[in-house]
Design a protein around this ligand. Structure first.
Ligand code: SF4
Length: 378
């Protein structure tokens, strides 16, 4: 089972409760960004391009706990920046676990081994490390613009799994990804003993230095994920909604649910989603009540949304569908039971694709930001 039953039950009862109350705009996962600082400078990242005085700022544990209480989401993902750089990450996580939130610390794992050896975290069903892994060794190191990162992360994953922590991986796929290599990467991650994997297409952040590598057409995204996720191996486990994976494969259509994974950071509540920055609200209530939600998502015609298929916009839609009635529950059960997705055409395309050369996926773009990092460290 990719997600523990207690977590599934908590999420299911929360969603059903919201629906029974007729509450349309509810949060499933809080995207909590306690800081933007990072010890990497990935070419596809749009989060670390801030000036040094912003990169130095961070949320207090009290601000983090209040955000979780205000939005009431049962799951809290802590990306960043790199959350393990936050000097009070122990207190932040402990406070969220004490509030019975299912916490995913989204880390590049460069500091994970050190933090585990310091003993600042305790294994809990409420705590998972979601390790950023963008593919096999060469690909991952290239995508994050630093050699040796894959091996460091693998070592930390082994240690965390061995210590009894819940560990998942989090993979963003870019244009030009080799689907056969991604499938081989899934085998590697499963062999490490991770609980499950998460995958999402990259979003074309306007601030990211590499603008060429994003999956910019839905058809391309569907085709890539169809090659990767059809004819699925039995041992693969995904820590995500199976209906969202079907959406990525082009087997179903959803409209975006931007309020499903609201983002809170040093600026406040980000409108309308994790990806776009159309201003900030001071409170969660203000975010929900004053954001013009009709201006976002594909049906709105908003150009920024037309090619987007990222999990922070659409996984909540899949979860919402699951609990929308008997049809959604049945689709979910069918996906879980029959999950091989045999598809001869996808297998043929995969075979043809594997014969093509797959060059570097991203351009190294760290020069400008190196000075920022040095200034922050000073
Ligand atoms: S479609 Fe994507 S960019 Fe647009 S609101 Fe939804 S998540 Fe944000």
């Amino acid at each position: 089972m990719p997600v523990p039953i207690s977590q599934m039950w908590t999420v299911a009862s929360y969603v059903v409760g919201q629906r029974l109350r007729g509450n349309k705009h509810y949060a499933l996962t809080l995207m909590l960004e306690p800081l933007f600082r990072c010890n990497l400078a990935c070419a596809g990242c749009g989060k670390i391009q801030y000036p040094p005085h912003i990169l130095k700022r961070q949320l207090t544990p009290e601000q983090c706990w209040k955000a979780a209480e205000d939005c009431r989401a049962p799951v809290v993902a802590i990306p960043g920046g790199e959350p393990l750089l936050h000097p009070q990450i122990k207190e932040i996580v402990e406070g969220l676990v004490a509030r019975k939130k299912y916490v995913y610390v989204c880390t590049n794992a460069l500091l994970l081994k050190q933090r585990l050896e310091e003993g600042i975290f305790k294994p809990s069903k409420f705590l998972s490390f979601s390790v950023h892994m963008d593919g096999q060794e060469e690909h991952h190191d290239f995508a994050v613009c630093r050699e040796g990162t894959y091996q460091t992360a693998v070592e930390a994953i082994r240690l965390a799994v061995g210590m009894g922590f819940r560990v998942t991986t989090n993979t963003t796929l870019f244009d030009g990804a080799d689907p056969s290599a991604v499938r081989a990467f899934f085998d590697e991650m499963m062999a490490l003993g991770v609980e499950g994997m998460m995958v999402s297409p990259g979003y074309a952040y306007p601030k990211a230095p590499d603008q060429k590598s994003f999956l910019s057409e839905r058809r391309k995204t569907n085709d890539l994920f169809s090659m990767i996720l059809s004819n699925r191996k039995r041992g693969w486990r995904f820590n995500m909604s199976p209906l969202f994976l079907e959406f990525l494969m082009g087997k179903r259509e959803y409209e975006c649910t931007p309020w499903g994974m609201p983002t809170y950071n040093i600026f406040g509540w980000q409108r309308p989603c994790y990806l776009l920055q159309d201003g900030y609200a001071d409170t969660y209530q203000e975010l929900i009540q004053s954001t013009q939600w009709a201006n976002y998502g594909r049906a709105s015609g908003n150009k920024a949304c037309q090619q987007c298929m990222v999990h922070s916009g659409y996984e909540a839609s899949a979860v919402h569908h699951t609990f929308s009635g008997i049809g959604g529950i049945w689709a979910n059960i069918r996906a879980l039971l029959s999950g091989g997705y045999a598809d001869a055409k996808a297998a043929q395309r995969l075979s043809e694709e594997s014969k093509k050369p797959h060059g570097p996926l991203v351009q190294l773009g760290i020069t400008a930001r190196k000075s920022d990092r040095e200034e922050v460290a000073a």
